[in-house]
Design a protein. Structure first.
Length: 441
């Protein structure tokens, strides 16, 4: 049965003329099912069945249970194992930045219970039902895309990032995805003005391939990304852990938001917050991940306290709104988080043609609240904070009730002031963050 998420009923689905023309060539026909290429297929369970955890102690660290029950760890530990895995490969492939993020989260357990890229039946189940074939909730499909006609099921391929061996993959199937259906279900629209739809239509290859991953070495990045097991070892095992996701520099309002979340009645006593920014590919006009990382590092030192932890996530953003909220909650569950802050218009996006929002301000919060109990992560709605001359940051309702004078500064105006060398008010942004942004402009 096709599951239509509740938030889809409030989204815009009309196709602009530009989108229709581009979609005709970029996507397969909307009514056509995904088509399998080649005869070799394997059972779906091979792609997402949990595997034995190599270090049980790290699995048990932190209060939260991993998604699916076990924390996946696919990274080989000995040089002999790695050499044998490489020797078994007959081909090599360079990973794209988005693929590199996905491979890392598969092999380190961030995408638990996945043990590889989704095969056709798993992909279609997640697209249509927001769940794996066994019913376990999963927000967005994780796919390996290619235009290579020669790659076939059964091939064992070495996946590389430059000269570095990252993983091997044993392909299990190859199929033509119905990209229009994928975008309609996952992003709420197949308009290519949506950044996710544009990515699927123009960046991803013609085919998707399922395959089992064997990890060799983690990527070397400018920003360190600990594995879920490593992060769990740093977390207390008896208190709530509240995750805060962001893809932009943290300003004053963000800081007030995630520190005050610990006072929410949904969060237990002595809870901590894990600030866990994504530093992988995102929208074209976002600040580069390396620069964002530098802003986080200076702010981590400036605001250091025992109840705030900072780690970094190698994740590729889809700007999928409600569906991406579920994906983020699931990933943070694997990293040991019990709660997740859902901001207004989380992972939202605007049409590149009309500038209109694709999602309502609270669509992600509503969908997360609906799915939270099933997922096992408690969504914490973010406070709508405003800055006032009289009392600093307060909720918008409190400011209205008390008749306080609000100060506002739009993101557009902030960027203009940043480029123009103007003074940025400290109530809006941390001086240390502004300095990093200007040094890396």
């Amino acid at each position: 049965k096709l599951h239509i998420p509740r938030y889809l009923t409030t989204m815009k689905f009309s196709l602009a003329v530009l989108s229709v023309a581009a979609t005709a060539s970029a996507f397969t026909a909307f009514n056509a099912p995904s088509r399998s290429i080649g005869a070799s297929r394997v059972a779906t369970s091979g792609v997402f069945a949990p595997v034995a955890v190599r270090n049980v102690e790290t699995q048990l660290a932190a209060k939260q249970t991993p998604h699916g029950g076990s924390l996946v760890d696919l990274i080989l530990k000995s040089d002999e194992e790695k050499e044998a895995a490489v020797a078994a490969c007959t081909k090599e492939l360079q990973l794209s930045p988005r693929q590199l993020c996905d491979v890392e989260l598969i092999m380190n357990g961030g995408f638990s219970p996945l043990t590889g890229f989704m095969d056709q039946s798993t992909y279609e189940s997640v697209v249509e039902n927001v769940a794996l074939p066994d019913g376990l909730i999963f927000g967005l499909p994780v796919v390996f895309d290619t235009d290579d006609e020669d790659l076939q099921p059964g091939d064992k391929v070495l996946l590389k990032d430059g000269d570095r061996n990252i993983a091997t993959i044993e392909f299990t199937d190859k199929f033509l995805p119905n990209k229009a259906v994928e975008c309609k279900q996952c992003y709420g629209t197949s308009e290519i003005e949506h950044p996710g739809s544009l990515m699927v239509a123009t960046e991803r290859g013609k085919y998707y391939m399922g395959g089992k991953i064997t990890g060799l070495d983690l990527p070397v990045r400018d920003f360190p990304c600990k594995t879920p097991a490593e992060v769990r070892e740093t977390l207390p095992d008896d208190v709530d852990v509240v995750a805060f996701q962001c893809r932009n520099p943290v300003h004053r309002a963000h800081y007030e938001l995630f520190t005050r979340a610990l006072d929410d009645p949904l969060v237990g006593e002595n809870g901590i917050v894990l600030v866990h920014p994504t530093c992988g590919p995102t929208q074209a006009d976002d600040i580069p991940g390396v620069v964002r990382y530098k802003t986080y590092e200076v702010l981590k030192e400036e605001t250091k306290n025992d109840r705030t932890r900072w780690e970094y996530l190698p994740y590729s953003m889809h700007m999928a709104g409600p569906r991406e909220a579920i994906q983020h909650m699931m990933i943070r569950k694997n990293f040991g988080c019990t709660h997740f802050i859902i901001g207004r218009d989380m992972a939202g996006s605007k049409s590149s043609v009309t500038g209109e929002d694709y999602y309502g301000a609270y669509d992600a919060q509503e969908f997360a609240t609906e799915k939270g109990p099933e997922l096992g992560v408690m969504p914490v709605p973010s406070l709508n904070l405003v800055y006032t001359d009289e009392e600093g940051y307060v909720t918008a309702d409190e400011a209205k009730e008390k008749g306080l004078s609000e100060k506002k500064l739009s993101g557009t105006k902030f960027r203009q002031m940043l480029r123009g060398g103007e003074d940025i008010p400290e109530w809006f942004a941390f001086k240390s963050v502004v300095q990093v942004l200007r040094e890396n402009a």
